[in-house]
Write a protein that binds this ligand. Structure first.
Ligand code: BG6
Length: 474
């Protein structure tokens, strides 16, 4: 087998998010976020799980950073909790800020680059009570919160990500009903997405004005939408719609200052009133703000979609967890769109394992959006849940995850070989955690967490990742 080396500047990391690991939900002045509220809605989360304790990282961050150092991580992607830093979206909470300051010091002491995300889905519940992301006023609150984080950490943190996966925190949350706040309105999804993009642009402008040397960007989640039968126009159209709503709805405003016209029309055909509200909400100058130049784009990739366009008898609502809630498809003209089987292996969440999709995605982003604008790509999330077993020796021999990581890192190297400027990879996730609507049912970590004792155990996949990092090669 030939050895494949990673470029010298390529960074290896792992990712987490505040609500998924911190716990300490009501400690040191933190107040409820939309996820604290949503997890209390009967049937919203598998087993009724919540993030009250999660991985107790708020109290164990020192040990967790030591573990990252032992794994050889060069960078750590984490998010800050808005409701810890500015409870209820109001005044600054010094104790909340101090937690992140101590975390950053600990990371720097371990020679790990802090990669900070401002929004990984946990808006203060008090702001949601005024409409959340459907209310334009929230944009200003978000810029204030970003300013607070920069005041506290700007001297030590260089990489700033505005939003994590705005598709999820808008369409999946305000239209699909699967994530907090669990609404099912097309208009709300459209408004939430627009205001999040606007908040992204305003924060880029604010932070750039404060310090021209910061590395600024956004993380988007993408799917690779393939037509099940490329000779069937209905399938080709299903792929266009899913690509348009999932990928282009965010890429086009950020890089080209415009929303994709075909998808606007798809939405109009389903809900003309929603589109009228959306169009009224897009004010002069908004798209210019949204398309502020960025330095870095984070790419989260889990799986592709193999799509058919003709309605099956019982169209599946979404590929999400089987919670008791009834959501709706977050796609426009959704009635006929559904994913079909193509015989690939799957993860414990029934997600297809399709590493070559990652190569195609990176190439496409580079060709159509990022290369000409000098934007660097990083894979900010990729990973898989499997049904881990703790052996008699107390170890987790997760051969399936080892294979997954190796295959996807290989796919990244294929993109590098094709000339794509991709400079890093963050495994999702550093450790098992609260996986949103899936609760604690699904385990993604390269480190196992025993939720009764909070004991961390590095899995075989963690050891393999550490070996790859040390060798800087596959
Ligand atoms: C991404 C998120 O969508 O996928 C992570 O950014 C999340 O926060 C991960 O945990 C896995 O998805 P899920 O739905 O299984 O938690």
């Amino acid at each position: 087998m030939t050895t494949r080396r990673f470029p010298d500047q390529f960074l290896f990391g792992a990712a987490t998010a505040a609500y998924q690991i911190e716990g300490a939900a009501l400690e040191d002045g933190r107040t409820a976020s939309i996820w604290d509220a949503f997890t209390r809605v009967p049937g919203a989360v598998i087993e009724g799980d919540n993030g009250d304790v999660a991985c107790d990282h708020y109290h164990r961050y020192r040990d967790d950073v030591a573990m990252m150092r032992d794994l050889g991580l060069q960078t750590y992607r984490f998010s800050t909790s808005w409701s810890r830093v500015r409870p209820d979206g109001g005044a600054v909470n010094p104790k909340g800020v101090d937690f992140y300051s101590r975390l950053v010091d600990e990371l720097l002491g371990a020679d790990i680059l802090p990669w900070l995300t401002l929004y990984h889905w946990d808006m203060p519940q008090a702001l949601q009570e005024n409409g959340g992301w459907t209310n334009r006023d929230v944009v200003e609150r978000f810029v204030e919160y970003a300013g607070t984080m920069h005041d506290a950490l700007g001297d030590r943190v260089n990489v700033w990500t505005t939003l994590n996966e705005p598709w999820c925190s808008s369409f999946l949350s305000y239209t699909g009903g699967e994530h907090a706040p669990g609404h099912t309105s097309i208009a709300e999804g459209l408004l939430a997405a627009h205001h999040q993009l606007l908040a992204h642009g305003e924060v880029i402008r604010e932070l750039r004005g404060r310090d021209a040397d910061l590395n600024l960007g956004i993380t988007l989640n993408h799917t690779v939408a393939d037509a099940a039968d490329p000779s069937n126009p209905a399938d080709v159209d299903a792929a266009r719609r899913v690509d348009g709503q999932f990928n282009r709805w965010f890429l086009d405003p950020i890089y080209r200052g415009q929303y994709p016209a075909d998808i606007v029309e798809d939405f109009r055909a389903v809900d003309a009133e929603a589109v009228a509200r959306f169009e009224a909400a897009v004010r002069d100058g908004d798209l210019e703000t949204i398309s502020q130049p960025i330095d870095t784009q984070g790419v989260n990739y889990y799986h592709g979609d193999f799509l058919a366009g003709e309605a099956p008898e019982n169209p599946p609502v979404s590929g999400g967890p089987r919670t008791e809630r009834k959501g709706r498809s977050p796609y426009p003209s959704d009635a006929g769109i559904h994913a079909v089987e193509r015989g690939l292996e799957r993860t414990a969440q029934n997600w297809e394992i399709q590493p070559e999709g990652l190569t195609r995605l990176l190439r496409r982003l580079s060709d159509e959006y990022t290369a000409e604008r000098g934007v660097t790509l990083y894979v900010t999330e990729n990973g898989a849940a499997f049904d881990d077993v703790v052996d008699a020796d107390g170890q987790v021999h997760d051969a399936d995850r080892v294979a997954y990581v190796r295959a996807h890192l290989g796919a990244v190297l294929d993109a590098v070989d094709a000339g794509v400027d991709v400079r890093g990879f963050f495994y999702w996730s550093l450790m098992d955690n609260f996986e949103w609507a899936w609760g604690y049912d699904k385990r993604f970590g390269i480190v196992r967490v025993d939720y009764d004792t909070q004991k961390r155990t590095v899995k075989d996949s963690g050891r393999e990742y550490a070996r790859i990092i040390a060798a800087r090669a596959l």
